[in-house]
Design a protein around this ligand. Sequence first.
Ligand SMILES: Nc1ncnc2c1ncn2[C@@H]1O[C@H](COP(=O)(O)OP(=O)(O)OP(=O)(O)O)[C@@H](O)[C@H]1O
Ligand SMILES: [Mg+2]
Length: 246
Amino acid sequence: MRPIIETHQLVKKFGRNKPAVNGVSLRIYPGQVIGLIGPNSSGKSTLQRMLSTVLRPTDGAIKYNGRHVRNGIQKDRLRRNIGYVPQGDCLYGDLTIEENLLLFSEPYGIKKKVRKARIENLLVRLELTERRNYLVRNLSGGMAKRASIAAALVHNPKIIFMDEVTMGLDPTSRLRIWELVKELKRDHVTVIMTTHYLNEVQSLCDNVFILSKGILVEDDTPEALLEKYHTDDLDDVIQKVIKSEL
Ligand SMILES: Nc1ncnc2c1ncn2[C@@H]1O[C@H](COP(=O)(O)OP(=O)(O)OP(=O)(O)O)[C@@H](O)[C@H]1O
Ligand SMILES: [Mg+2]
């Protein structure tokens, strides 16, 4: 099977600092759920931002479905297939959830009727129906996060990037998001999620990428990693990987 995303020696440098991402080569296959993990500052968000076309790499190459994306038209076409939930806030605080979703779906040229049906479906799936008319700035953190996920899915992307979307959520909200990830997988959407909750990775992910100081130090299934590091807990794997990198 052809990778949906493939990178070769991807590098991102900010100014004169050490590279935030330093020569990452990886392959992601269609329909996979990927867990991107590693300590703070290891380059997870930077890597996700490059893969989702938000950030231009300093060096190296990314191919989508075997192709380099060279010009603006190709990039626009690719972006129709990509959803991105950033680590920070991304919605307009002075608009309601529903207004945000309408706004986010507008640039994709989808008929208003279809957009409205999709928004309805996402509001239900993310349990936001009752709060649809709330201003985003008045939402709790968990609600706001769920609204950002809805906004990233409103154009039915084939690939979705989620950067720490379950951070700080209560257990029920986290489980709701787990269910959503499973539904996306059933619909053959490729999911690349960053998280510090490793039980999440163990339960949801087909493959794990571990970053340390911008370098991809492990790329394997959760099961294979547990076996390799003789443990039944991914937290142990991270500790051992990071220690061996020091
Ligand atoms: N726009 C930027 N300008 C300058 N430095 C940046 C920028 N974005 C990220 N960095 C730096 O790149 C490095 C990696 O940051 P990144 O946000 O990718 O880490 P992370 O693994 O996502 O961390 P966390 O777990 O805290 O979210 C850090 O040293 C960070 O300060
Ligand atoms: Mg981050």
